[in-house]
Design a protein around this ligand. Structure first.
Ligand SMILES: [Zn+2]
Length: 178
């Protein structure tokens, strides 16, 4: 059994079984991990309801078969403090991108620092984010037509698209980069 104490940004969560929650964290020490928070344990049921997407928290995770959250202290609730809708929309979008394309259990100090800096400064640069993840739009061209003027990143297929090609597909999968 291993125990980790690390800072983490909440990328999202969902309810599981009756009282459990499954959290997606981007952690400073472990990279992206999926952690179960059993609702039956008193300490977690007290703390985990306060953990929300885009929060920065210090978490204690125990590894025993699966990863289990045993404690969490929120350091920064960026949702509450900023009150900027555009920032929150971008931060939630960034969290969704990370859930989809960041590798599991690979710590990345550059990515961690960018995330914390973006949340603290209230400005999310999605181009910088996907660049750190290895998808650099500055040297990309449209996957469909070859145009060099990139407007979108399709997080589902991990393709870059120009404005015209991007407008032809479901925008829920698309990050607008301009
Ligand atoms: Zn195109």
């Amino acid at each position: 059994m291993s125990e980790y104490v690390t800072r983490a940004i909440v990328l999202g969560f969902k309810n599981s079984k009756e009282h459990d929650k499954i959290f997606d964290f981007y952690t400073e020490d472990l990279g992206r991990v999926r952690v179960r928070a059993p609702g039956g344990k008193k300490i977690v049921s007290k703390l985990s309801p306060h953990l929300d997407t885009c929060n920065l928290a210090t978490v204690k995770i125990v590894e025993k078969n699966a990863l289990t959250l045993t404690d969490a202290v929120v350091e920064d609730d960026f949702r509450a403090s900023k009150g900027k809708e555009e920032f929150l929309a971008k931060a939630l979008r960034a969290a969704s991108v990370l859930r989809t394309i960041s590798p599991e259990a690979v710590p990345d100090p550059a990515l961690w620092n960018l995330l914390v800096h973006s949340l603290r400064s209230g400005a999310f640069d999605l181009v910088a984010l996907i660049s750190v993840l290895g998808y650099d739009p500055r040297h990309a061209s449209c996957t469909w037509c070859g145009a060099s003027d990139i407007a979108f990143f399709n997080e589902g297929s991990q393709e870059f698209l120009c404005e015209s090609c991007g407008s032809k597909i479901n925008e829920n999968n698309l990050l607008y980069l301009k």
